[in-house]
Each structure stands twice: as structure tokens, then as C-alpha cells.
Design a protein around this ligand. Structure first.
Ligand SMILES: [Zn+2]
Length: 124
């Protein structure tokens, strides 16, 4: 799903899309001439691979995200939650795909291992 940067105005524009089993819904609103604010929720069942036992498992994801989108080159590096769309088109699929891959690439363990670790800690 792509939305032209110029189509976003000062009234909230809602969107909702699905990627894999994940729903990505929220809204876009113009913040300044070259900045758009995105507030959304990522919800759904995501298949992850446990970093401890290597088994696949399903985790229910429910996380809010808040990003700033810009159609200009960012000159300051202090704001990490800013994404450049230099061609003037906001690509919502790109955003959800990169959010999901950052979840997939972070450290996570399945429920079996979580219980295991709790048991392990109890012994000491
Ligand atoms: Zn595990």
C-alpha cells in the first residue's frame, strides 16, 4: 500500500493493511511541510524461531509504533524513529515488513524455554 506524501493533510488519514497474519492499522497526519507522523498498531500471530531451542513457535504480537516520515534527507542522526521516503511516496508495506523483520531479528524465546529458565532459576 502506497500513499503519496502530498495526499496527507492536517486531518488524520486512516489506513489498515495486512501482511502475513499481521494487521497494521493506524493513521497518518501531516506534521510540517516535509514531515508526516505515523501512529499505528501491529497486531497478529507471528511465526518466530526460538533463539534457545531453534523451534518455530507462534507469538501474538501487539505493539504500538510511532514514526516520523519525511520526504527530505535527514540531516540529524539523533532521531532514529524517522524514515525517509525520498521519492515522495509512503510505502506502508515497507514499514510493516521492516518492523516485522526487526521483531524477527531480535532475541526471543518460546514459552517452553521461558518455563525452563524459570525452573532453572528456582533451583538456585
Ligand atoms: Zn525454545
Amino acid at each position: 500500500m502506497k500513499i503519496a506524501f502530498d495526499k496527507i493533510g492536517h486531518s488524520q488519514k486512516d489506513f489498515c493493511l495486512n501482511f502475513k497474519n499481521i494487521s497494521f492499522s493506524g493513521n497518518l497526519i501531516k506534521e510540517s511541510r516535509d514531515r508526516v507522523k505515523l501512529d499505528a498498531d501491529i497486531k497478529g500471530n507471528l511465526e518466530l524461531i526460538c533463539d534457545r531451542c531453534g523451534e518455530k513457535y507462534i507469538e501474538y504480537i501487539d505493539s504500538p509504533i510511532s514514526l516520523t516520515l519525511t520526504n527530505k534527507v535527514i540531516t540529524t542522526q539523533d532521531d532514529l524513529d524517522i524514515i525517509e521516503f525520498l521519492d515522495g511516496t509512503i510505502d506502508l508495506n515497507f514499514i510493516i515488513e521492516s518492523e516485522i523483520s526487526s521483531i524477527e531479528n531480535s532475541y526471543h524465546i518460546c514459552n517452553v524455554c521461558k518455563d525452563d529458565i524459570t525452573e532453572f532459576e528456582k533451583e538456585f
